[in-house]
Design a protein around this ligand. Structure first.
Ligand code: ZN
Length: 477
């Protein structure tokens, strides 16, 4: 196994990575709350944990990667009410949208993807266990976790209980109703009562729904077990979400929830922290209309996952140029030439392949073993590309190319040349333009041109329908 080191938020330093069971990694990352389309922050988190699990598998670990879907939450209920859908309809629609975005970004599917609503009974059992052991209490149909019963509370955020209590007191001063229900402002809901017309489930405490922190704790315990190796998420989840997951799980079973806590930094758009309220909300779908998945991934991987990224049009364009350089490098031997070279392979050429692969894999693993330093790993790719452009022998270029594509794949970069592909918007625009030219040709009685355009479009599967008003409708079959 590799001498991997990871930065553990819990200890605040880099540590040797030693999983609970040698050779296997149990890993969990908090997934999306499906109330809206995914944005760049989701893309970064998904790509970070995608690359981490890809690299762990590449290093020889047997990985079980779990990423949940939060499909019941106040945000979902509120948004659904705003747009006149049932909460489960909105959640289902956005789950599909999320899957489509993940697929488009070349994110490997998790091994297990539990949905919160599939674990309601397990959550009720988890909360009951905490009530029975004196860590939680029922109040007004809700169930709250009593933070004061977990002495290590604050160990992930690195603040002691007293500081946290005074911070929370400020926040809830105006929420007098909650103040009545909770014994301390830090206590948080495991179960919230719901009105009879609202979405909810029957429980020992009446009709209601689970709180978010309980969801993750329960799903980890039921799907992976009491202690996992890696728990990941965005740095905005450290407090209160992950602190609360620790408090719930460790109060229930007394074992560490996770051995290593990894947190990725956020994405800033044009230097302002990305936020819908700032009006710079960019969905993944918006971005993929203009930039390839490889371009977005390359830009994100050029920064270490714990560093913030300034996301600008210029940085995307620069990443696109870098990507083109890597793609051109893979094309430095034509496929015909490559077939001939492979057919003529000798023990010497195999040895050359092996040595080149070893050298660059060595540099790549050194980078990745240092807390998944993808910025240095990407530099290895550009280094190989430089060698390819300098190399005069086709056989050696081919060896470099196989090293380049193999390492790129481990990072989830396809290096596919998509420059000749056009998006649907562009294709529609071109068809509209051709129809305008055809209309103008017909007006001039130039039927040869008009028929040529129609015939060629029909060959491409575009069906034209001349309308009574003299216009033309089209559809792609
Ligand atoms: Zn979570």
């Amino acid at each position: 196994m590799s001498p991997l080191q990871v930065f553990n938020t819990l200890s605040g330093k880099k540590e040797d990575f030693t999983p609970l069971t040698a050779g296997t990694v149990l890993m969990y990352a908090c997934g999306p709350t499906v109330y809206d389309l995914c944005h760049l922050g989701h893309a970064r988190m998904a790509i970070v944990y995608d690359v981490i699990q890809r690299y762990l598998r590449y290093s020889g670990y047997k990985v079980t990667f779990v990423r949940n879907i939060t499909d019941i939450d106040d945000k979902i209920i509120n948004r659904a009410a705003e747009i006149g859908l049932r909460p489960e309809q909105l959640a289902r629609e956005n789950t599909y949208n999320f899957w489509r975005d993940m697929h488009a970004l070349n994110i490997t599917s998790p091994d297990i993807e539990p949905r919160a609503t599939e674990f309601i009974q397990a959550m009720i059992a988890f909360a009951t266990g905490l009530i029975d052991s004196g860590h939680a209490y029922v109040s007004g149909g809700d169930v709250y976790f009593e933070v004061a019963t977990f002495k290590q509370y604050g160990k992930l955020k690195k603040q002691d209980l007293q500081e946290l209590v005074s911070g929370a007191r400020e926040q809830v001063r105006s929420q007098s109703a909650l103040k009545e229900l909770k014994r301390s402002p830090l206590d948080f809901a495991l179960w919230k009562s719901a009105g009879s017309g609202e979405i909810g489930w029957e429980s020992p405490w009446g009709h209601g729904r689970p709180g978010w922190h309980l969801e993750c704790s329960t799903m980890i315990k039921n799907v992976l077990g009491e202690t996992i190796d890696i728990h990941g998420g965005g740095e905005d989840l450290v407090f209160p979400h992950h602190e609360n997951e620790i408090a719930l799980s460790e109060s229930l079973h007394g074992h560490p929830l996770a051995r290593y806590w990894l947190h990725n930094s956020f994405v800033q758009i044009d230097a302002e922290k990305m936020s819908k309220s700032l009006g710079n909300f960019k969905t993944i779908q918006d971005l993929l209309k203009t930039y390839s998945a490889d371009t977005i991934r390359l830009l994100l991987l050029q920064t270490h996952y714990r560093g913030p990224i300034d996301f600008t049009g210029e940085s995307l364009t620069a990443a696109g140029h870098g990507l083109q350089r890597l793609i051109r490098a893979t094309q430095a031997v034509s496929s015909e030439e490559a077939a001939e070279l492979i057919a003529a392979a000798t023990p010497e050429t195999s040895e050359l392949d092996f040595q080149i692969m070893q050298k660059f894999r060595g540099e790549f693993t050194a980078a990745m073993d240092s807390d998944f330093n993808t910025a240095s790993a990407v530099a290895v790719l550009f280094n190989i590309a430089d060698q390819i452009f300098l190399e005069t022998k086709a056989q050696t270029r081919l060896s470099y190319i196989s090293a380049l594509t193999s390492i790129a794949q481990t990072l989830g970069l396809t290096l596919e040349d998509t420059s000749h592909k056009v998006g649907n918007d562009t294709a529609s625009g071109i068809i509209e333009l051709l129809l305008e030219i055809r209309a103008s040709a017909r007006a001039k009685k130039d039927f040869a041109t008009s028929d040529l355009i129609r015939d060629r479009l029909v060959q491409l599967g575009v069906k034209l329908m001349d309308t009574a008003g003299g216009g033309t409708e089209w559809e792609k079959s």
